[in-house]
Design a protein around this ligand. Structure first.
Ligand SMILES: [Mg+2]
Length: 171
């Protein structure tokens, strides 16, 4: 796989990556970011939409694990009703924790995708781990100058994705 920050898939929201899409693309394992991918920072617990999506995944035999750069308290609380494998302080884009989550799930690289909202954290972590990347826009973006600068850097990446998609290609 040629190195690129362009994600393999881009969706407006996490739940557009539904069981049907995942099945069709041979994705049986998901490594999931939490913050601004599934819920904004201030939501301690998964909402109904997230719970319904996890129920659909489980019903279709798709396994998931949380791999978050956030701390233990946040991840444990968010996962309290779900009981998924979870990894905090993951230091994405480094691959170590992503690979550990895959190992613990018994996942192969071919059957795994990482979903997140950050190109230079999540897509990069997927690339470093040799797995596919599903990007969603941040649910509630921060407005500080650093975040805005990052968004500016991400723009060509998204443009390239849309261009490739129009051609019927990927990545
Ligand atoms: Mg995030």
């Amino acid at each position: 796989m040629r190195f690129t920050f362009v994600p393999d898939f881009y969706f407006e929201t996490f739940d557009k990556a539904d069981a049907r899409f995942l099945n069709e693309n041979g994705i049986k394992y998901l490594v999931l970011d939490i913050d601004n991918t599934l819920e904004p920072y201030e939501n301690e617990l998964p909402g109904d939409g997230v719970l319904a999506w996890f129920a659909e995944l489980a019903a279709n035999g798709i396994k998931a694990a949380f791999v978050s750069n956030n701390g233990r308290e946040r991840v444990e609380r968010f996962n309290s009703g779900l009981g998924l494998p979870m990894y905090y302080k993951a230091r994405k884009p480094l691959s170590k924790t992503v690979r550990r989550a895959m190992r613990d799930m018994g996942a192969t690289a071919e059957e795994t995708a990482l979903m997140g909202d950050q190109v230079f954290t999540d897509v990069w972590a997927a690339r470093n781990s040799g797995i596919r990347a599903i990007l969603v826009p941040p649910i509630k973006d921060k407005r500080d100058p650093f975040t805005r600068f990052k968004r500016l850097l991400e723009r060509p990446v998204l443009k390239k994705y849309m261009k490739n998609k129009d051609r019927g290609g990927q990545g």
